[in-house]
Design a protein. Structure first.
Length: 167
């Protein structure tokens, strides 16, 4: 409509039996609309409800294994993990040690296994073979998996832990 003074804009809104609503107060000059405010609030609430309805919440599901978990139990919980991933949730796989099992934690994480996964570069940094093999599993697109297949450098925060594992 153009640029009007505040009093003129209020007068025009009154003539149309509508309200003067400030849309963008940061703009110079501020942007206002002449609309029915009740209808405007109703539509705004409707939009917010729709956005809230369409939100997806990612839930972290945890699956626990013991060092001496039987093959059938392992396969059964793995099927559950696959179902969780297809539903769009994240899955955290944990090896749970109880009592005397704590003395044998090195059976799960062997130095030989770590040496297969990590390679030391000439600069002293470690390269990880397949980066998408992690304990927290999420469903990834094939393009993302393809990019993660290549060897990647280990993060600085994990360098010390990897050095101990490889030795």
């Amino acid at each position: 409509m153009g640029v009007y003074s505040r009093s003129d804009a209020l007068r025009i809104a009154g003539e149309r039996d509508s309200d003067l609503v400030e849309i963008a107060p940061q703009a110079d000059p501020p942007v206002c609309k002449i609309i029915d405010f009740g209808k405007f609030r109703y539509e705004q609430q409707k939009r917010e409800k729709l956005q809230k309805k369409n939100q997806t919440v990612s839930v972290l599901k945890e699956i626990r294994f013991h060092p001496n978990t039987d093959v059938h139990d392992f396969e059964f919980t793995t099927k559950h993990a696959i179902n969780f991933l297809t539903d769009g949730n994240k899955v955290k796989a944990t090896v749970w040690f109880k009592g005397r099992e704590m003395a044998y934690t090195e059976l799960v994480k062997s130095n030989r296994g770590a040496a297969k996964t990590f390679k030391k570069t000439a600069s002293g940094k470690f390269k990880r073979k397949k980066a998408y093999m992690s304990h927290i599993l999420t469903s990834k697109s094939t393009k993302r998996k393809r990019n993660l297949r290549h060897a990647t450098l280990v993060a600085k925060s994990e360098q010390k832990r990897v050095t101990i594992m490889v030795q």
